[in-house]
Design a binder for this molecule. Sequence first.
Ligand SMILES: Cc1cc2nc3c(=O)[nH]c(=O)nc-3n(C[C@H](O)[C@H](O)[C@H](O)COP(=O)(O)OP(=O)(O)OC[C@H]3O[C@@H](n4cnc5c(N)ncnc54)[C@H](O)[C@@H]3O)c2cc1C
Length: 380
Amino acid sequence: MLSYWEKQSFLHYHHIVIGAGFVGLSTAIEIKERFPKSSVLVLERGLLPTGASSKNAGFACMGSVTELLDDLKTVSESEMLFLFEWRKKGLEKLMERLGAAKMGYAENGSHELIDTHELEAIEKIDYLNALLQPFTHKTAFTLVNDKIEEFGFSKNEVKALISNNCEGEIHSGKTLRALTDFTIEKGIEIKTGAAVLRFEEEANKVTVVCHNSFLNEELLLTCNTLTLCTNAFTKQLLHEVDVRPGRGQVLITKPIPGLKFKGIFHFQQGYYYFREIDGRVLFGGGRNLDFNSEATTSFDLNEQIQNGLEEKLRTLILPNTPFEIDNRWTGIMAFGPTKKPIVQAFSEKIFGAFRMGGMGVALGSEVAIQVAELIKEKVG
Ligand SMILES: Cc1cc2nc3c(=O)[nH]c(=O)nc-3n(C[C@H](O)[C@H](O)[C@H](O)COP(=O)(O)OP(=O)(O)OC[C@H]3O[C@@H](n4cnc5c(N)ncnc54)[C@H](O)[C@@H]3O)c2cc1C
């Protein structure tokens, strides 16, 4: 039961965005920049954003050698380069908006570990460097095998090491916090604990039905445009889209005295990733060990994969170095047949920017620009 005052002042917005991850917040900002006089609301079902943005590894990813070569099996060179450029522009936008300090941005090096089966990728480094040069304006990848020993990795398992000279790292918590603050400073409202159950498009408005958990009842908001930035969870609201969830398992060690490396590392086409943070090792991935069970929106830990991560930590990353696990968590990514995100106008009033794969940190801000431009085109 709503009061006269509530009905007058709290239920209508010009633009509503669903999802307070990197993409939702960036989209709300881009909309507000294009329509400064309009009211913009972000609805987030969790008390905290609860998807991927606050759960990830914080790599400002552009793509490793084996990942880019793998992409080229499903997309053309120009499509691969197009996405590379989006990631680059997205990261530049995020940096311009928040500044490196607030993001905990650092360039401590980025490397890909190559095993025996992947050695042929090394022969393609020059080819990729030439392709990427117009975008990177520098040599993207260099072979640095001498560092395998310096970093203390298992020489039995790591046969080559490629430096990726275009990537950095962020502190995902600080970045999302700073982006949230920036969103609020722009005069955008964010409501958390506001799960959207469904929406209905009418001739002159969109009605967004939320679950008001305290009163256990539905709350109906209206808006002129609705944008879904719900990534892996989009199918719950837009049933026909091709979005497949992919859970990511993560663990972090306690601080390790004398840890031999800094920076970010990938291996097996990005299925595994680890980094140094605060003298600890954060390690995640292993979805390829159990694709079926990880194609889920449930946040449960997978014991088999968590054990697999620990094993790789012991044998490959930190051989002969004792460590203790401090914390484990999961986050949910969104995948499709290619790495291309969906940025689409579904009607005159319904828009979407989702399916960020495992690279939304850098990509998110550019995707937000693209969807806001679509809204501007439709709404004028
Ligand atoms: C373990 C892990 C590691 C990763 N590592 C990296 C990395 O190192 N580098 C990188 O670039 N990317 C990484 N990613 C991917 C990256 O985090 C995502 O691509 C990015 O965060 C996606 O942002 P988003 O805003 O689209 O989605 P999300 O952050 O998932 O945001 C979607 C939001 O929508 C909300 N929502 C969903 N449905 C509803 C609803 N019905 N009502 C209201 N709210 C709703 C959710 O609660 C969520 O907060 C990783 C992801 C995971 C899980």
